[in-house]
Ligand binder design. Structure first.
Ligand code: NAP
Length: 411
């Protein structure tokens, strides 16, 4: 066991063992949480209340989460002088499953986004964003009930790798000279240049995680979203490697869509399909019921997950997780909304739904369903926070904490 300087390991709990695919979860698992900055403390308090109530209601005291606070962001800076203490990374690795509120990205001083750092250092290579409509939540589309997708966005590669050079810089000029001289490529003068690496290793482990998720959750398809008709060796290769890993590791339980066109039946197997990125944005609006798990490279997934979230009520109701082979970190998908900090006003829905995903990850599905029932009940009773209330007729505006209590009352 590691010694922690700032965090305290709860004496009552036990460690989760195993890997993401095969977790061994004790009845009283220690789960680290990062409260987060800005509205983080408000939404975390409501979330913790809801999760504890859902677990108590579902297991009658036989199961309980031993919460352990670990520090990042402004609170970490205050107590340790660092934005992301090394011991926080160690605790997340040791205890394997954790949840976090939003974190401020410090401006200036060369400090990288804490969220990006957490993903990279812990190798959380898949960003998982389920998108499902809760009846009653205001939506801009006519049939939001048809939206039930899980976007799996690759988290470590693509143009997000951060390999880029500014227009006119010496580096950009050298890269341009090399590409023009040795590679026969023509690049316009003063171009900014960015690199888009996509590897078979990064793609295959990510698509394999998406397929395993589909199998474990009884979902009928995994769609590979790419712009491979234009970017053949990056996004086109993503599609090819996706089909390859399905054939190599999941031959008996998956089937490529092309074989269905030839008359074969899916027969309960997960259908692997692919769609060009631009058409995918149409498809999720026009034929959302045909898509279940969608596996994407990094940039496509960033765009698609927000566009899908908008169909079911926006980021305030969109959960997410960053998951690797060892660690799974569940998080609110919105930011710290500093103007609402400490006002007990904002919607805790994103963090609460992320906590529901976390309970599913622990295979505590009964407690996850209790959260779903509670949320559906609270929205159905039209007792909602300001962001939903301003879009709903006849709704009652409630505070963050009251919304949490209303969810518990409807479990
Ligand atoms: P933001 O914090 O997400 O807030 C933008 C707007 O979204 C808010 O003004 C509010 O809209 C709405 N909103 C966000 N969360 C809400 C909630 N729980 N309930 C209801 N409405 C909510 O985005 P930002 O202002 O661009 O970013 C602020 C800080 O957050 C930055 O430091 C940024 O780096 C950080 N950030 C962190 C994360 C993360 O930790 N994962 C993600 C994104 C941004 P209205 O004004 O219309 O009410």
């Amino acid at each position: 066991m590691s010694a922690y300087e700032y965090a305290t390991v709860p004496s009552a709990g036990d460690r989760i063992a195993g890997t993401t695919d095969q977790l061994a979860v004790p009845d009283c698992p220690i789960v680290p949480f990062i409260e987060g900055d800005g509205i983080g403390p408000d939404i975390w308090a409501a979330t913790r209340h809801v999760v504890d109530a859902a677990v108590a209601k579902s297991y009658g005291g036989a199961r309980e989460i031993a919460w352990m606070e670990v520090f990042a962001g402004e609170k970490a800076q205050e107590i340790s002088g660092e934005w992301l203490p090394q011991e926080t990374l160690e605790a997340l690795t040791e205890f394997k499953v954790a949840i976090k509120g939003p974190l401020t990205t410090p401006v200036g001083g060369g400090i990288r986004s804490l969220n990006v750092t957490l993903r990279q250092v812990l190798d959380l290579y898949s960003c998982v964003r389920p998108v499902r409509w809760i009846p009653g939540v205001p939506s801009p589309v006519r049939e939001p009930e048809k939206v039930d997708m899980v976007v799996f966005r690759e988290n470590t590669e693509d143009v997000y790798a951060g390999i880029e050079w500014a227009s006119g810089s010496e580096e950009a000029n050298r890269v341009r000279d090399f590409l023009q001289g040795s590679m026969g490529s023509s690049i316009r003068e003063l171009s900014g240049i960015g690199i888009k690496p996509i590897s078979p290793f990064g793609t295959k482990r990510h698509v394999a995680a998406a397929i395993r998720y589909a199998l474990a959750r009884g979902r009928d398809s995994v769609t590979l979203m790419h712009k491979g008709n234009i970017m053949k060796y990056t996004e086109g290769a993503f599609r090819d490697w996706g089909y390859e890993v399905a054939a190599e590791q999941f031959a008996d339980v998956t089937v490529p869509e092309s074989r269905l066109w030839e008359g074969e039946e899916a027969g309960g197997r997960v259908v692997i399909k692919d769609r060009i990125a631009d058409s995918m944005f149409q498809q999720v609006l026009l034929r959302p019921a045909e898509y279940s798990v969608v596996a994407t490279p990094n940039l496509n997934g960033d765009y698609l997950s927000d566009a899908c979230a908008a169909q079911v009520g926006g980021l305030g109701m969109a959960p997410g997780a960053n998951i690797g082979d060892v660690v799974a970190l569940f998080e609110a998908t919105h930011g710290t909304a500093p103007k609402y900090a400490g006002l007990n006003r904002v919607n805790p829905g994103s963090l609460i739904l992320s906590a529901g995903m976390m309970l599913e990850h622990l295979a505590w599905d009964e407690a996850a369903r209790a959260i779903d029932r509670g949320l559906e009940g609270a929205v159905g009773a039209r007792m909602v926070t300001y962001d939903l209330e301003r879009q709903m007729d006849g709704a009652t505006k409630v505070s963050t904490s009251r919304f949490g209590e209303t969810i518990v009352a409807h479990m």
